[in-house]
Write a new protein. Structure first.
Length: 435
């Protein structure tokens, strides 16, 4: 590959990223470390907070970054996955990078990846997530951010984001997910996630962390002389008014406040209650309890495992009134779909099963089989998500009811794109592009 020219288009950048889907996931930090060397170590040019966990990572990342921005710090945020466009994954001071900047970052990272690939074995290759992560770090360094809040992709120990030397590590929660890669128990998964805690660092823990994970966190913090901090406010007693809907978002915001306070203390920046209040009312989390229609009321939510669905179910009364509910559900094959259905079906009168985009989607027929085992037969299987949504909306409109579409972030992103709501997926607040 020729040296970067800065002439790539967004379409070429996204095409390059899609071409790497064939290589799947590959653990290990060697490729990322080589990428950072080729790119002149951008990850060393800003402070970092790394956010790990099973659920709530993206929300906590957005919220922490917003609080830090309110304190006058130039702040980056790195999120995954995206809803509609890959460029949604990188924020500078809360704003998405513009298309030319995104394309330039992917071009630069692709050039570095090609150089690294030449040094690897024939069956090894820089992955899509590694390329995205390298591009994000390069862009953040170029944008001269002071601190980046970075969401880990999978696990922690071998995740591409773990080339960072994060001053603060955040663990939202731990659930049984990705057991094929992270281990079969909550203890195993916590070990993988918390392997990144640095010597003498700060570890911010979610308020509802399960006991096996808490045991691991306490031991690792002692071994590495790290300080554990936890939220004081909880979902029940936090006095702030949040823009983000749902009781679970109150817990996420309390953890974000805890992480931000820890970093600001290290950076010797005085904490501002006003900045906290402003962040609370400003942060919108796309794809979580997002209302996309009022006739009938239609809510999209990216809950993708039983714990996330449980949080969604508790929050639904905030956005749905009494009345018949139509469910549109699409799930990836490695998720506990039966556990999700067991919580969702009792709330619904009819369900439309569909498939999120991509090769990892669970078939609608498999969902139907699970539903029948639970005694639920009011089901339609529709391959195309937007068609399933339209059918569910027509039914709900006739019945005076509402629609909930959930099961996967990829499903939510596909629906937002199909409905022409890509811009709405970014936020309801006006946004400006940032170079």
């Amino acid at each position: 590959m020729q040296p970067p020219t800065g002439r790539w288009t967004t379409q070429r950048a996204e095409s390059q990223l899609r071409s790497l889907e064939l290589f799947g996931m590959r653990f290990g930090l060697d490729r990322m470390r080589r990428m950072m060397t080729v790119l002149s170590s951008p990850e060393q040019r800003f402070d970092a907070i790394q956010v790990l966990g099973t659920n709530g990572k993206s929300s906590t990342t957005r919220m922490t970054a917003a609080i830090l921005k309110g304190h006058g710090l130039r702040t980056g945020a790195y999120l995954s996955p995206h809803l509609v466009s890959y460029s949604e994954r990188v924020l500078i001071d809360g704003d998405h990078i513009d298309e030319p900047a995104f394309a330039a970052a992917i071009e630069r990272a692709s050039w570095a990846a090609e150089r690294v690939n030449r040094t690897l074995a024939e069956d090894d290759h820089v992955t899509q997530f590694e390329l995205l992560t390298a591009a994000a770090f390069w862009h953040m360094a170029r944008a001269e951010v002071q601190v980046a809040v970075v969401e880990a992709g999978l696990g922690g120990r071998y995740d591409a984001t773990s080339v960072l030397d994060a001053a603060v590590t955040v663990l939202t929660n731990v659930g049984l997910e990705h057991t094929r890669w992270l281990g079969p128990t909550l203890t195993d998964i916590a070990e993988e996630k918390l392997a990144v805690v640095r010597e003498g660092g700060v570890l911010a823990l979610g308020a509802d962390l399960v006991e096996p994970a808490m045991v691991v966190a306490t031991r690792i913090a002692q071994e590495r002389h790290a300080e554990i901090v936890r939220p004081v406010a909880t979902a029940a007693d936090a006095p702030l008014t949040l823009r983000a809907r749902g009781e679970f978002q109150r817990r996420n915001f309390a953890l974000a406040e805890t992480a931000a306070r820890a970093y600001l203390e290290l950076a010797e920046v005085q904490f501002s209650e006003q900045a906290l209040d402003e962040a609370a009312v400003a942060v919108e989390v796309p794809g979580r309890l997002q209302i996309v229609s009022e006739t009938p009321r239609t809510v999209l939510d990216g809950a993708h495992n039983p714990d996330a669905v449980a949080a969604l179910v508790r929050a639904l009364p905030e956005v749905l009134s009494d009345g018949p509910l139509a469910l549109v559900l699409g799930v990836l094959e490695d998720k506990d779909s039966a556990g999700m259905l067991a919580q969702l079906l009792p709330l619904c009168e009819r369900a439309w099963f569909t498939a999120p985009p991509g090769s990892r989607a669970l078939s609608p027929a498999a969902l139907q089989s699970h539903a029948r085992q639970l005694g639920f037969d009011a089901v339609a299987c529709v391959a195309e998500p937007v068609v399933a949504l339209r059918e569910a909306q027509a039914w709900a409109l006739a019945q005076g009811g509402a629609v909930l579409a959930t099961g996967s972030v990829y499903l939510v992103g596909d629906l937002l794109g199909a409905l022409g709501l890509a811009d709405a997926s970014l936020a309801e607040l006006p946004r400006r592009a940032v170079k």
